[in-house]
Design a protein around this ligand. Structure first.
Ligand code: GLN
Length: 486
């Protein structure tokens, strides 16, 4: 088995056994990124020199018997995470020239664990999108079929892991951006509970929804990464001060008697019939592992997408007001006066989808409409959260499809924002409720990967990872590689 086929856990074991050095691994993955991976457009920036330096430092640390489980393992960061002295573009022309002066908390944590970052992955502009087509750097291609989108907004991170260009990556999820691309690329992605991972240094889209998480091939690898990423950080006032469990120690609990709810709203109209068949087969596997299923109802599910598309744009219109051409980021040529500077810097720096969101959000927050839209959406958000909390009085986990369809073709939904927004019908409510969710590979439909989503109650990541790991021990969907990248 070549190194690029190995999981984080396997690479960690190989490094510990001295089978290869971190420098050798780093060179091997860099070669894949620049070779077969190049056509995917998964990376915006490669940091080759820094990566080799970090790898050599990791090897020295190991020689001094100071290595942890992640020391020397290569990975990549979504380009939404600030990385000191490295361009941090957030997929936007606005930040194309932005060299961050500091590291995001997540970057600090994974550096401290000894991971070796190879570069920054492509993404939808400011994480707004479900297909990676809104990136200033062009779309990412799905390694399973280069006609298809990888999903978004963490499309570069998902494609890079699926194509074995890196064993793991970071992503962020505001309405589905870790889980949906994980599903469409056939990998595993975990969106933690809101507050589990610090948002410090993560460029803000919708602050009450944004959360960082790991993307890898297996639940076990996600557990290892989350252990390093999570933890209290006082620089994010919504980060919760709660001990980080040893997720990787709790993966083998028996699933006998675990109660899983199937929301009837997640299996209705709009769900592709072949995707539904794959989900049914996954339910059967979980049943064999001892889980008990029952139908539940999350009755306000249909309101999640409309509420999200008021709340997320409202928060983004406020967050993105800082990009004014004055202090950092894009500045237009020869501004006539201050107003011209603002207008043209923003007009030229932002792409169409970002502008659409800013317009919608500013409208929803304006004095005359605040109560009718923003306040109403916040009330709906509470109802959605209450539905989940009521369900978790009856069940331990909730299961359903991650996305209603498999990966669609590039361009197919680009001119139809509503059909694009509906890509996230099963993931968005989870963010509105602040819950953790994981997507793992469960098979194929129409020749493209299908993901199953498990949702847990607040801070119940351990149970999600445990369930997905048990499933992955009796199935091999997560080991499948796209033919062109095997
Ligand atoms: N696709 C959703 C959106 O466009 C979610 C994006 C995300 O999670 N960052 O807003």
């Amino acid at each position: 088995m070549s190194v690029h086929d190995k999981t984080v856990a396997e690479l960690s074991a190989g490094l510990a056994a001295g089978e290869y050095s971190s420098e050798e691994l780093t060179r091997a993955f860099l070669q894949r990124i620049q070779g077969p991976g190049n056509e995917l457009n998964a990376f915006v920036t490669l940091t080759e020199e820094r990566a080799l330096e970090a790898a050599r430092a990791a090897d020295r640390r190991r020689a001094a018997s100071q290595a942890g489980p992640l020391t020397g393992v290569p990975m990549a960061h979504k380009d939404i995470f600030c990385t000191r002295d490295v361009r941090t573009s957030c997929g936007s022309r606005m930040l194309d020239n932005f060299i961050s002066p500091y590291d995001a908390h997540v970057v600090e944590q994974l550096n401290a664990a000894g991971m070796v970052s190879l570069g920054k992955t492509n993404m939808d502009e400011f994480a707004m999108g479900s297909s990676n087509e809104t990136s200033y750097y062009g779309p990412v291609k799905n390694p399973w079929d280069t006609q298809a989108v990888p999903g978004g907004s963490s499309g570069g991170s998902a494609a890079a892991v699926a194509a074995r260009l890196v064993p793991a990556s970071t992503g962020t999820d505001t309405g589905g951006s870790i889980r949906q691309p994980a599903a469409l690329c056939g990998i595993t992605g975990l969106k933690p509970t809101y507050g589990r991972v610090s948002r410090y240094g993560m460029i803000a889209f919708a602050s009450s929804l944004d959360q960082a998480g790991p993307m890898a091939r297996t639940a076990e690898d996600c557990a290892l990464l989350l252990e390093a990423m999570a933890g209290f950080d006082q620089r994010d006032s919504t980060c919760v001060d709660q001990p980080v469990p040893r997720y990787s120690d709790a993966l083998n609990q028996d699933l006998a008697g675990v109660k899983i709810g199937l929301p009837k709203e997640y299996f209705g109209e709009g769900l592709d019939a072949e995707v539904a068949r794959v989900v049914d087969a996954a339910i059967e596997e979980y049943r064999k592992l001892g889980a008990e299923f029952r139908e539940i109802s999350l009755q306000n599910t249909a309101l999640a997408v409309p509420a999200y598309y008021v709340i997320a744009p409202a928060e983004c219109s406020s967050n993105l007001s800082r990009f004014d051409g004055v202090r950092f980021g894009y500045r237009c040529e020869n501004p006539q006066d201050l107003e011209d500077l603002y207008k043209r810097s923003r007009g030229e720096g932002f792409g169409a989808e970002v502008k659409r969101r800013i317009l919608v959000g500013t409208y929803a927050l304006s004095a005359g409409y605040f109560d009718a839209y923003y306040l109403k959406a916040q009330k709906v958000r509470r109802l959605i959260r209450d539905d989940f909390l009521a369900a978790f009085n009856e069940v331990d986990l909730i299961l359903g499809p991650t996305s209603p369809t498999v990966a669609f073709n590039l361009g197919e939904r680009a001119d139809d924002p509503v059909s694009m927004y509906l890509s996230d019908v099963y993931t968005i409510a989870v963010n509105l409720a602040g819950l953790p969710g994981i997507s793992h590979p469960a098979g194929f439909a129409h020749g493209r990967p299908v993901g199953v989503q498990l949702i847990g109650t607040h801070f119940d990541e351990a149970r999600l990872l445990n369930a997905a790991h048990r499933y992955q021990q009796v199935t091999d969907w997560h080991t499948r590689a796209p033919e062109a990248f095997a």
